[in-house]
Ligand binder design. Sequence first.
Ligand code: SF4
Ligand code: FES
Length: 255
Amino acid sequence: MSRSITLTLKIWRQTGPEAPGRFETHRIGPISTDLSFLEMLDVLNEELTLAGKTPVAFDHDCREGICGMCGAVVNGEPHGPQPATTLCQLHLRHFKDRQTIVIEPFRARAFPIVRDLVVDRTSLDAILISGGYISVNTGGAPEANSIPVPAARAEQALDAAQCIGCGACVAACPNAAAMLFAAAKVSHLALLPQGEPERTSRVRTMVAAMDGAGFGNCTNVGACAAACPKQISLANIARLNREFLRAALAPEDGG
Ligand code: SF4
Ligand code: FES
């Protein structure tokens, strides 16, 4: 049921990557709990703009939970308190009247702050570019029943392919590791016949790109999977480790 609430927002403000940051406090409301978290920030920004102040910079695009652009740490949790929910899909009905909400950017060495809540996540792109592709020409869509992929395997691949590259796993990890992201990308292609030609080189290059981009090492804490809005499973990290071991034992020019 729709209600109106008043909130105190403590928002991280930082004018640039090297500038010192600080929390800024704003009261907002009464505001409808039907609004999404990002719509609340829109309302705040309108108020700031009308008052001649600088609006809060935050990332967003689809606002439908599919593009991976949005993201901030809300009361200590990447994407906020609702499991399996991106920040753009989080609604104010999950907050209490007069609650204080602390909003910070994703913090990781590999994600330098651009401004306020916006961080540079091109380090994830570097991992993807290094091996997240296939070279085979898959042609037109074949008749569904002729695709030689067991249903269970196809399901696992599609589950891994749900990763939207938001980076919440990195922000949640005490080591700021990108293992869950890399594991999702390696898994979804390693599980399908179309990914077979680059199977060995892919895991080598993606792990090297991950190491080179300044991410930390995975120590199996599991905070990544708990924070992931797409519920990417830790089983993918186990698969990445198996794929990496397989590649390490393969000849140097193994595909
Ligand atoms: S694994 Fe989950 S948290 Fe990490 S980038 Fe992909 S969707 Fe986001
Ligand atoms: S804005 Fe696209 S996933 Fe949130």
